[in-house]
Design a protein around this ligand. Structure first.
Ligand code: MOS
Length: 703
């Protein structure tokens, strides 16, 4: 395996709207997901039902299995008394069934294995699980969010301080001081989390094989193998098709361990776990609610002199996750004096995790509504305010941005949206019974490229080139885009690429997360292709092989790499009922080269829709008396439906960033959700004059 710094690629297939290479499988139902995979058994798998705790904190004092085991379909019950022991238990979320402790309501406390999913579910109902409840705290408040984590996701500073914020605020003509709140949100990919697992023996070595609905198969192995006392090569995970994740499948959650532990008790018979939609509200991660205290100080010309962002949010006592909510505030606008911090309430609740643009989404909601308030206070157009605060270099690191064409995004969006015709005053336009307004917000997302990715290329007898990397396509179009990259790197057509992904038997790949997948995997593929050509020349005869990983030069120390965007929204608010409608939403992005305009547009539109959904609907209502989320289904946890999504458009600047990846691209998966809720909230203010400082924004706030 070679490490090399790949040369920039010339785009031939990249940049064209190649149809999804797995489109036929997807639309004809041939694509098999984790719960549908055929397994090596004549009897079919045993179905595993997750029985969960009904107290927020306490102990399981007894499990009466008698009635469950008497059910004709039930094969076994696994609980903390008879579960296989783990070799390592430091990951509190995954170390299930090892002791009697209950850390949150909805935690897995027993597994029922049965011949059918119905029997497993009925068996779980027949279990008598006695629990002792202990005092707990499941409520995020300003007065209990005081714990200072060591780092925030993924490894960012918890607090930052530049200059003298307090002095700048004291000396300032204009100060906006407000608190902004975002709701708990739960990822709801179409495909619920599911795992099919079985143990076997090969050459006298135990092997665990799993089909898992995962955003990163290698990450699942890395998390589970040491806990199970296995070497990594004793665990194989595959995820050929995944029905969305949004971060909730970015790490193995407890049900994956449940499948592994249950399957260890069945003498080799496969076990299948499928989470219900309800269980996803306790076991698949979620976005913490956030409280953002902002202070912006500026001169009368709107130029910022100080920015302070103190974020409060929650984590779980059983495992820490600290959302990096104030991180975009560190690099977004010019201001000499700035302070950011994160404090957590450590609660007896389910474990929060990644949800599309963790940090940037709630943080930029707060920052961009605060900027709108500052524009109003200064009597400035909100786009002009951002123009006046555009930094010359990254305010956090002082490094130049490789590209930061944020103002071009605003200008292009303004022209397309008809921004010039906007009346500056709020509550200026009424159309019949509807107040009408428009608003903007900026978007940003860091460009991340993960080290350690390896790709293999092999020329085949049939004239194709096999390109192998253990990456996962969670529905984004990664398979298609990687095929395009490989075609350009090898100088062949996309039909000549035989792409092999989503299996830990293939070379190392990092998670489909942090908008880093295409950048990280694609760079490795380019490296492997260039290694092959360096060794064998341009004529690809059968039987050639190369394996490589891509290293970066010192660009990472010389430049700051971020993507940017401008989001425009039109909002209509009903005069009498407060009903909210978003007839127009437009995002204009600067993301480097767009490798496939069709799949990229889908990512942007999906992000914009998810931001709209967050602005108007999404809220997981937690009951602090019992510690759980009560809105545990799509009837009560509202996501935007078709009727809510009207005119949504996305475009992007022609651009490339060869300093970042040999493809010239940055990531695009998350930026679409960033800033969108703020643009909508700002537009509602422009329509009505009512300033909302929380999401979701609901009709009652306007009447
Ligand atoms: Mo994304 S929340 O990094 O899968």
């Amino acid at each position: 395996m070679t490490e090399l710094h790949p040369e920039p690629l010339t785009a031939r297939v990249m940049g064209t709207p190649v149809d999804r290479v797995d489109g036929i499988e997807k639309v004809t139902g041939l694509a098999s997901y984790a719960a549908e995979q055929r397994v090596p058994t004549t009897t079919g798998p045993l179905w595993c039902w997750l029985a969960t705790s009904t107290v927020a904190r306490g102990r399981v004092v007894g499990v009466d299995r008698t009635a469950a085991l008497a059910h004709p379909g039930v094969a076994a019950v696994v609980d903390h008394e008879n579960a296989p022991r783990l070799a390592e238990t430091s990951n509190g979320e995954l170390a299930i069934l090892q002791d009697d402790r209950v850390h949150f309501r909805g935690q897995i406390v027993a597994l029922v294995l049965a011949e059918t999913p119905e029997a497993a579910r009925e068996g779980a109902r027949l279990l008598r699980i006695e629990q002792d409840e202990e005092p707990f705290d499941a409520e995020l408040r300003e007065d209990n969010a005081t714990y200072r984590p060591e780092k925030v996701n993924p490894a960012k500073e918890t607090d930052t301080e530049q200059g003298d914020v307090d002095a700048a605020i004291a000396a300032s003509d204009i100060v906006v001081e407000q608190t902004y709140r975002t709701a708990y949100e739960h990822n709801n990919p179409l495909e619920p989390h599911a795992t099919t697992a079985w143990w076997s023996e090969e050459d006298g070595r135990e092997t665990l094989t799993m089909y898992d609905a995962s955003q990163g198969v290698h990450g699942v192995v890395a998390a589970l193998a040491p806990m199970l006392g296995l070497e990594k090569d004793q665990v194989r995970v595959m995820a050929p098709y995944v029905g969305g994740g949004f971060g909730s499948k970015g790490e193995a959650h407890a049900h994956v361990m449940a499948a592994a532990l249950a399957a260890r008790t069945t003498a080799g018979r496969p076990v299948r776990v499928v989470m219900t939609r309800q269980q996803m509200f306790a076991l698949a991660g979620y976005r913490t609610a956030t409280i953002s205290h902002f202070r912006l100080a500026a001169g009368r010309d709107g130029r910022l002199t100080a920015i302070e962002h103190r974020a409060q949010e929650q984590t779980a006592r059983v495992k820490e996750f600290a959302e990096q909510t104030a991180s975009p505030t560190r690099m977004m606008y010019a201001a000499t004096n700035r302070r950011t911090s994160h404090r957590l309430a450590v609660l007896d609740v389910a474990v929060p995790s990644w949800m599309r643009a963790p940090g940037e989404m709630p943080g930029m909601f707060a920052h961009e509504v605060a900027m709108d308030e500052l524009a109003e206070t200064c009597g400035l157009d909100p786009i002009e305010l951002r123009r006046r605060n555009e930094p010359l270099s990254d305010p956090e690191t002082d490094l130049p941005f490789d590209t930061r064409r944020l103002l071009e995004c605003f200008d292009r969006g303004a022209a397309r949206f008809g921004w010039d015709a906007r009346p500056p005053e709020p509550r200026a336009t009424r159309d019949g019974e509807w107040w009408v307004g428009t608003g903007v917000a900026a978007a940003t997302y860091p460009a991340m490229r993960m080290p350690g990715n390896v790709a293999r290329v092999e020329t085949l007898e049939n004239g194709c080139v096999a390109v192998s990397i253990g990456a996962v396509d969670i529905g984004t179009g990664a398979r298609t885009v990687l095929t395009q990259i490989a075609a350009d790197a090898l100088g062949v057509g996309p039909d000549d690429i035989d792409l092999r992904i989503a299996d830990t038997a293939l070379p190392m790949a990092t998670v489909a997360g942090g908008s880093s997948g295409t950048s990280s995997w694609g760079s490795a593929i380019v490296a492997a292709a260039q290694e092959l050509k360096a060794a064998h020349g341009d004529v690809l005869t059968p039987g050639l092989r190369a394996e490589a990983s891509a290293v970066r030069g010192d660009e990472a120390e010389q430049f700051s790499f971020h993507s940017f965007g401008a989001v425009f929204a039109e909002v209509r608010v009903h005069r009498d009922t407060g009903e909210l409608r978003v007839p127009r939403l437009l995002g204009v992005y600067n993301v480097g080269r767009v490798i496939n305009p069709t799949t990229a547009r889908s990512q942007f539109l999906g992000g914009l829709v998810m931001g709209l959904s967050a602005a108007l609907f999404e809220e997981s209502v937690r009951d602090p008396r019992f510690g759980h989320v009560v809105t545990q289904d799509l009837a009560t946890y509202h996501v935007a439906s078709h009727a809510d999504v009207l005119g949504v458009e996305a475009e992007w600047l022609e651009d490339e960033t060869p300093l970042f990846t040999p493809m010239g691209s940055r990531g695009i998966g998350e930026i679409g959700i960033v800033g969108t809720s703020a643009a909508i909230v700002n537009a509602a203010h422009h329509a009505t004059g009512v300033r909302v400082r929380q999401i979701p924004m609901t009709a009652d706030m306007f009447c």
